[in-house]
Design a protein around this ligand. Structure first.
Ligand code: ATP
Length: 249
């Protein structure tokens, strides 16, 4: 993949991600709504400062512990996740013994197949092409999942998700971990663990933390309300500092 973005560009990383999403859209992996969701994420990342803050690191470590403690952890992948971070998904899933399931909000069989192929081309088998179960409480296409994967999962890592499905998974008794740059979203508020960090950065951090040891207390003392509050306070203090320095210039 080669984008004509000079590495010296101050927002190089962000622009490469944007190009990956556009390419994913052209290849039929990303849905129209995925383009809009990416823009929402970019806006929050700009405000957060495009780096992994403490609230993200704590949640990433807690998530690893929860996944390691699980009996059937499943990584749920949508179009944006596949377009941005297929290699990181594979590496983390291997390190943490997670199944991978392609699960789409705007499900079309064609898009599912294309995303499944992204994994198969890398020699990795994933679930999702032949759904035989439903997430309870949702209507038809959004509900489809596999019995072996999401339906039977005790812990689900489901980045960039919408609030209804997160709630439906919680109602089924699952422990839900999400990655979402918007600490105000319904998903962020509904999940058990919300990682307020950019998807690729979060997965890279989690890969690196999975290779070392993580202190058990991080999960024992974890409070998602506190993490979301830290994220909102960070956003608010960063904006007021920026506003003050703007006035002084
Ligand atoms: P909700 O239903 O949870 O209130 P929503 O309607 O925004 O939120 P979606 O569009 O399904 O639901 O959610 C996508 C979420 O993912 C958005 O909150 C967006 O900010 C976030 N997001 C988009 N791209 C990224 C990314 N690369 N890394 C992390 N988060 C992202």
């Amino acid at each position: 993949m080669s984008f004509n973005i000079p590495k010296s560009h101050p927002r190089y990383e962000s622009l490469v991600k944007r190009e990956k999403i556009i390419e994913g859209f052209k290849n039929g992996i990303v849905a129209y709504a995925g383009l809009i969701a990416h823009g929402r994420g970019e806006a929050f990342d700009y405000i957060i400062g495009e780096r992994s803050e403490d609230f993200a690191i704590i949640a990433e470590k807690a998530a690893i512990l929860a996944i390691k403690n699980a009996n059937n952890p499943v990584f749920s992948v949508n179009g944006n996740v596949a377009a941005l971070a297929v290699d990181e998904v594979i590496e983390l899933a291997k390190l943490l013994n997670m199944k991978i399931e392609v699960n789409l909000f705007y499900r079309t069989e064609e898009r599912v197949k294309k995303i499944v192929r992204e994994f198969e081309e890398r020699g990795v088998k994933v679930l999702g092409e032949n759904p035989d179960a439903k997430i309870e409480g949702l209507d038809h296409a959004r509900a489809l999942c596999t019995r072996e994967g999401i339906y039977a999962a005790d812990v689900v890592l489901i980045p960039l998700e919408d609030g209804d499905r997160t709630q439906a998974l919680r109602n089924m008794g699952k422990f839900v971990i999400t990655i979402d740059l918007n600490p105000l979203s319904r998903t962020a508020k509904t999940a058990n663990i919300t990682i307020v960090d950019e998807l690729t950065r979060a997965l890279k951090n989690m890969i690196s933390f999975s290779k070392g040891s993580v202190e058990k207390e991080i999960l024992e003392n974890y409070s998602n309300e506190e993490i979301l509050s830290m994220a909102m306070k960070h956003i608010s203090s960063r904006l007021s500092e920026l506003a003050t320095s703007q006035k002084e210039e």
